[in-house]
Design a protein around this ligand. Sequence first.
Ligand SMILES: Cc1cc2nc3c(=O)[nH]c(=O)nc-3n(C[C@H](O)[C@H](O)[C@H](O)COP(=O)(O)OP(=O)(O)OC[C@H]3O[C@@H](n4cnc5c(N)ncnc54)[C@H](O)[C@@H]3O)c2cc1C
Length: 476
Amino acid sequence: MSDKYYQKVNKAFIRELQRIIETKNVFTIHEDLIDYSHDEYVGKEIQTYPEIVVKPDTTEEITQIIKLCSAHTVPVTVRGSGTGLCGGCVPIHGGVVLTFENMQRIIEIDTNNLTATVEAGVMLMDLYEALQEAGLFFPPHPGDQTATIGGIIATNAGGARAVKYGVVRHFVKGMEVVLPDGEIIDLGGKFIKNSSGYSLMHLMVGSEGTLGIITRATLSLIPPPVAVYTLVAPYQNLDDAIQTVPDILKNKIFPMAVEFIEKEPILISENYIKKSWPCSEGEAHLMVIVDGSSDEEVMKLAESISEICLRHRAMNVFVADTPQKQENILDIRSHTYEAIKNYMLEDLDITVPRSEIANFVQDIHRIEETYGIWLPTYGHAADGNVHIHIMSHRWENGVWHEIQDCHEKVPAVREVLHELGRKYKGTVSGEHGIGVIKKEFLKSYLGPRQIELIRSIKKIFDPNNILNPGKIVDVQ
Ligand SMILES: Cc1cc2nc3c(=O)[nH]c(=O)nc-3n(C[C@H](O)[C@H](O)[C@H](O)COP(=O)(O)OP(=O)(O)OC[C@H]3O[C@@H](n4cnc5c(N)ncnc54)[C@H](O)[C@@H]3O)c2cc1C
């Protein structure tokens, strides 16, 4: 859809908007729009300014706004906290950005049904805090806790704990959605079972703001684990580290998280936040988090995992058994992205069957050699979600060195990484979504028939193509 199809926001449109929501919640000045022109995707090529930003207070206001936009063919892009990594909330056709900054209420924590009902703008960290007080637990844990509930549902976010607990989709019970014609629908509910035909609710999960605006969600909760230990095992090589993982699972141990990480990203992150990882030996490390209903249970699990790691030539196993030691490790791991971001050209999150991770990562290292580029790779070893970073600089002996012709190499490297993803029967994105930057690659994984079906669904929900146009697929 070309930009010419859409109307520009004019003074008359703004006046009508100000009749719907308070003037203080309508922003048109350039300085106020800067923060809404990008998300956390590192490339600058997709940065686009909205013409206007609105911060509604209620679902009713959202229905009025979307009806107005529909009548004037003005595109609307929904934004949570903008922590997305694929340009999903970037208004690439201009128009209105609608944010949930004023809709952050935790409506109910229902201890009978074990659910939380919240407005879409509630940030994960605020939900976690409220649940801690209530003695309940929402397991999904994507890396940036400022992400909103609307955003994590719209991207079907994952995070490290997916291996044991699953991804956000598994915890969404119900939602209130404003459709592109302004109608409000309620999907799902607090019930556990549901065999009532097509699930429109699950269609909304992962739809990246292209089918409807999620205004409220009901999430399922579980009791929190009583004990949690974190183990770190250093290895001489990554292959040994990754080969350990199937053995842990074969022994019927399901850790909360299993992450692999190579030495350099750890060193960079340690240096970035001035904290120390528990061990300095080895070229690659496995970080395993186990949880359970008692200290004894978790201690036993930690012992079994340590034995398995040592059988696979781990050089040592460090067990962090106090909250302080665990926080140190998690802090370093969770700052890796931030620590390497300034020299990152692109971040891919291809996901392969977990049995293929070792082969996949070995192939990635071959690509590094062939193209003379640096691709630090880490990720969720037990769920197959591999984060590959295409870098402009390489970190050696504590210093960043520029890689020659790195920018020119990116298209070919990206292409061959996705070829590998397809070879291993993987998927283009395990948790970050498609947004604007992975549309071409989505096609190459799904093929024309599936893309056609996705386009048809988009047209049914949004015949005027005003809701987050240009994301996931292009609609003619
Ligand atoms: C340091 C870092 C670590 C990260 N780690 C992880 C990780 O471990 N796992 C993971 O899955 N992701 C991770 N992410 C990515 C990001 O946090 C997630 O994609 C998150 O779900 C985005 O939430 P958000 O509120 O910021 O949404 P935004 O970035 O604002 O929007 C994301 C998409 O959701 C749509 N959207 C937002 N709100 C709504 C709504 N109410 N209704 C309809 N559509 C909506 C937007 O239009 C857009 O398409 C990480 C990001 C960073 C910066």
